[in-house]
Design a protein around this ligand. Structure first.
Ligand SMILES: Nc1ncnc2c1ncn2[C@@H]1O[C@H](COP(=O)(O)OP(=O)(O)OP(=O)(O)O)[C@@H](O)[C@H]1O
Ligand SMILES: [Mg+2]
Length: 320
């Protein structure tokens, strides 16, 4: 017997993993697997067998995208009307951008077995345990029974908290005024709420940065897993100064045996994530890192970094 559910973005956040099984609706006329499409639209999403076609939300492609997932905004139709037609506040017409209610992700990677799918979800849970909602864009991970052009297949989706803010890019050059004062300026311009004075904001952001770095280090030491901190856009700083990890799909087990781990795309993601962590620590905390610390001593060792650079260059050559 089949049970029918719909993905409900307002669902109880306590039940983070859900399984969905549907048989009653085929994906009408779809000839390409949704995971292989370069872009998808609202129409593609509501054509999916596990999405309610007449639900209350409009799906819109988010302006930032990665390679591993489709990232879509869930918007309320009323907000889109206001975005297009404007609204009058104190005699002036404003055109506020519709704010996503949630982010809906479709993971492009094929899941070979249910165990493979569960392993992906388990890794997200590990990160969730260490970063807590304060430092992670919380996500309900959903394993669905996708009916595509080649029949049924497991697919991993996520309904994730939307994080508004500025990308915290470890690789960008250090701004002359320092990272936090520059981020403060950018974020306060974007923010709808009145600005907090710069000095307490920086102090608060620095404390949050220190806690974030500490939690990642604890996770590495205790679980030997690291999330992808190297990808641009994976970390976002909110106007409050909070740092949130939004990319939770590339969590790797770190080999501590001297080998350089490469992800499914051939990128040395563990080494580059630890390097990114060291740069973030330096930029956020405004002081040099302790190179004697075990993870930095191991992963920032000059000969090892040279080997990582070679792998990274090969990755970039092959991605062209
Ligand atoms: N919940 C979210 N809130 C705000 N922005 C998000 C959210 N999720 C993703 N983004 C943005 O969308 C872009 C793509 O996200 P992400 O890096 O997670 O993509 P991906 O395809 O899963 O992974 P990869 O980058 O490894 O290819 C990033 O720039 C990220 O900042
Ligand atoms: Mg990413």
């Amino acid at each position: 017997m089949h049970r029918f559910f719909w993905i409900d973005p307002d669902a109880n956040w306590d039940r983070r993993i859900r399984f969905f099984s549907f048989t009653w609706r085929k994906n009408g006329g779809m000839t390409t697997d949704i995971r292989d499409k370069a872009y998808i639209s609202h129409h593609d999403v509501i054509g999916l067998n596990f999405i309610k076609p007449d639900g209350p939300y409009v799906f819109r492609r988010h302006f930032r995208q990665g390679l591993r997932s489709h990232v879509l905004e869930l918007l309320l139709p009323g907000d889109i009307v206001i975005e297009k037609s404007g609204t009058v506040i104190d005699g002036t017409r404003w055109y506020p951008k519709a704010a996503p209610h949630r982010i809906f992700r479709i993971f492009r990677t094929r899941l070979k077995t249910l165990n493979h799918a569960l392993e992906e979800v388990r890794r997200v849970k590990v990160v969730e345990r260490y970063l807590l909602p304060e430092y992670l864009a919380q996500s309900i991970e959903i394993i669905v029974d996708y009916i595509g052009p080649c029949g049924r297949d497991l697919m991993l989706c996520g309904l994730q908290e939307y994080v508004q803010g500025e990308i915290l890019d470890p690789w960008s050059p250090m701004p002359p005024d320092g990272l936090l004062p520059t981020l403060y300026d950018t974020l306060q311009i974007q923010s709808a709420t009145p600005a907090m004075p710069i000095a307490p904001w920086i102090l608060n952001a620095r404390q949050k940065g220190a806690r974030f770095v500490h939690r990642i280090k604890r996770m590495i030491a205790q679980t030997r897993h690291v999330p992808d901190l190297a990808g641009i856009g994976n970390l976002i700083m909110a106007a409050s100064g909070a740092i949130k990890l939004v990319d939770i799909n590339n969590i790797r087990k770190i080999p501590f045996d001297g080998t350089i781990d490469l992800d499914d795309r051939g990128y040395p993601v563990c080494d580059k994530s630890i390097e990114a962590l060291s740069i973030l620590e330096y930029k956020l905390l405004g002081r040099p890192i302790d190179r004697g610390e075990e993870i930095y001593r191991t992963f920032l060792e000059p000969r090892r970094m040279e080997q990582v650079r070679t792998r990274e260059m090969a990755y970039h050559r092959n991605s062209k």
